[in-house]
Design a protein around this ligand. Structure first.
Ligand SMILES: [Fe+2]
Length: 393
């Protein structure tokens, strides 16, 4: 595991401030938004569709703390772009938007350095003010929207109206306790990690923040490599993964095959109270990955030799299957959901940090073994043979 101190070059003007919102392209935006509200504690915050004068694409925006997710679907037959995206990827994250200062300058710099500008800076406006946006192409079919919202007081973006319907059930459910997006992870195909990391370094002036290699991230069966890139202020963190050769198909390879290429693998949401969050989310019916009790036996043993003191009750953490990673200075608590659609692609993480800026490398082995058990149940923990032909294990 490596942490980096060199933040590299800083933009002369403008900056990336934080994650703004994530846009999912899905088959049925209304139902997807309802799942995130019911299972994860989000609330409807804005809407755009036929009733607001938008004729081609419907978008339901949900919010929790500072986290904003947009679920969009095509309204008409024959929407080639959204239709082909759905055929190829299934439901997934189309766009990861950043709140920025000086959208024009950041886009100009990215273009000069070789980034593909999908949409040049443009201004959206309604009675609540103006927002400037632009879109850059990143890995796979994923894009980054840059959002400069210095002069806007509306619900979300110009053109969005209040939700048509507020589900009365939501007010009766316990809080999800999720505060902000901690990191967004992108899975890449074989040998694609470093070129993608370099894209962020070159075009957005992000820097390497943390990394792990496949020696540290392997189970008996599969392995992966990961490099985290961050903006100068380290408020936006994007781990980039690639599969490494193992005895069987890596979970990253499984993702890439089902997503049809590179894409967002998981979104980690930060909480200041993971125990209450997970009690509540489980009560709401959210499904999480499960590690065996032997994980906690090993953890208790390892903690005996550590300087760090976990303030939470380990029995409670074990009962909820929350994972712990630590070093001498601090620790993090984390848990992962099962995939949130039928394809084994996107899943979610809930994370609480106590003076620890890692990503849970100490948990990867236990977590991967749990993921591999599910992967095996899906018939995808296949044996890799030297000529690349795989067969069912
Ligand atoms: Fe994560």
């Amino acid at each position: 595991m490596t942490t980096y101190t060199d933040k590299g070059e800083k933009h002369e003007k403008g900056k990336f401030l934080c994650f703004d919102h994530l846009t999912f392209w899905v088959g049925n935006a209304k139902q997807a938004a309802s799942f995130y509200c019911n299972k994860l504690g989000f609330e409807p915050v804005a809407y755009q569709g036929l009733e607001t004068g938008r004729r081609d694409v419907v978008s339901h925006v949900v919010k929790q703390g500072k986290i904003l997710y947009v679920f969009s679907s095509a309204l008409n037959p024959g929407n080639k772009e959204m239709g082909e995206h759905l055929i190829k990827h299934g439901d997934g994250v189309k766009d990861v938007a950043f709140t920025v200062e000086d959208c024009d300058y950041l886009v100009q710099k990215a273009r000069e350095r070789g980034a593909l500008v999908v949409r040049e800076p443009y201004t959206m406006e309604d009675t609540q003010g103006q927002v400037k946006l632009a879109v850059l192409q990143t890995y796979g079919d994923t894009t980054h929207t840059l959002v400069e919202r210095t002069a806007y007081n509306g619900l979300f973006l110009p053109g969005f109206k209040p939700p048509l319907h507020k589900d009365p059930l939501l007010a009766t459910l316990p809080s999800g306790k999720l505060d902000f997006i901690d990191h967004v992870v992108g899975n890449q195909g074989d040998d694609e990690m470093v070129p993608v990391v370099e894209w962020y370094q070159r075009n957005l002036l992000f820097h390497r923040f943390w990394s792990v290699d496949d020696k540290q991230l392997q189970t008996e069966f599969s392995a992966l490599r990961s490099i985290v890139v961050a903006n100068y202020e380290e408020t936006v963190k994007m781990p980039i993964n690639e599969p490494a050769t193992g005895k069987r198909k890596s979970q990253i390879q499984e993702y890439v095959e089902y997503y049809g290429g590179a894409g967002v693998q998981h979104i980690a949401m930060n909480t200041s109270d993971i125990i209450t969050a997970i009690v509540n989310l489980k009560q709401r019916g959210m499904e999480f990955m499960c590690v065996p009790d032997t994980y906690y036996e090993q953890l208790r043993e390892n903690l005996k030799h550590s300087k760090v003191k976990i303030t939470e009750d380990l029995d409670v953490l074990q009962n909820l299957k929350i994972l712990v990673d630590f070093d001498d200075n601090g620790y993090l608590l984390q848990i992962f959901t099962k995939p949130v659609q039928d394809r084994p692609t996107v899943f979610l993480e809930v994370i609480q940090r106590h003076n620890h800026q890692g990503f849970g490398a100490g948990n990867f082995k236990s977590l991967f073994e749990a993921i591999e058990a599910d992967q095996n149940a899906r018939g995808n923990l296949t044996i890799l043979t030297p000529n690349g032909v795989s067969k069912i294990a």
